[in-house]
Design a protein around this ligand. Sequence first.
Ligand code: SF4
Length: 352
Amino acid sequence: MKLGIPRALSYYSYFPFLYGFFNELGIEIVLSDPTTKKTMTDGSNLVVPETCLPVKVYVGHILNLLDKGIDKIFVPSIQSIAPKIYNCSKIRGLPDLIRNVVKRDFTLIEATLDKSEKNQGLYEFLLEAVKPFGIEDMNVIKNASKNGWKVYNNFHVMMKSGLNYKKALKYAMENKVVILDNAKSYPVNIALIAHAYNLYDERVSMKIFDKLEKLDVNVFSADQLTTEQMAEGLNIMRSKLYWANEYEITGAAAHYINDRRIDGIITINAFGCGPDSLMLERISRYARKLNKPILHLSIDEQTGEAGFVTRLEAFVDMLYRKKRSTIINKINIKKSERFTDIHLKNVINLSE
Ligand code: SF4
């Protein structure tokens, strides 16, 4: 029993759960290879140019799985994750899109999760996913989902501790929990705000975590926050939850904009992304109001690494200068305080 899973879109959020779940049922997962230039080009060739980069990448990963000889591919339609909380139309209609653009012979395993219109729960979603393998016993499915949650929770505990994505996933899949206790510390702190598929796909994000570390920057993301902290962020901005990714974008950004330890915010969004254009506009206004430096990086398949690095370096350089001048100003204030003290003492002595 083999099931292909594209290493794109919801993979970056739900794969730890799916791994634990399918593994428990004896279904072997075959992942597509990490994203390359070819993945992007192959995917882009099959869809209209206006399609966002993450969907183009997704199509490229489906082709990669087919080239590996995989004939059953999991393409979920995650419509709504909670009542009245929706995903964007491209994620909702993913199985239809794939069926229409990839004209090759394979079984598309499409499971739907819709908590709003159809009130479908997780178990119905999982049942749809494993029915093609002849598994229909709900008790077996519920039991396997426990293993899914175990891997998922372990993964998130490690991500919260600051472990990087690759290592956290590797350890979670090995049923291990490794907590980072000797993290390096740098003078500047930046929060990266983006969908998980734009952050952790190293080709898409151009290894932004490594690049920032080389620039001596501590990097934070939504994965170090609790749901309560992100919900509080939404409250502060008086923003309502509508998009499924609102917590990790608006909530996390608002939290970090208010966090005095964070020196600046970097957002990464795909060119042409509707939900992000709405959320990022509000985040920008809020950052300006609180005087928090913010850099928006927009990506598509034409984005060149050189320009990307130049903008990152310029932003980090500006944060360093800002921090340095804040420190120097504090020193100046202390010096003048000292002068005033001495001055005052002299005045008192003279009057005596
Ligand atoms: S949320 Fe934006 S980037 Fe993600 S799939 Fe939808 S349009 Fe594309």
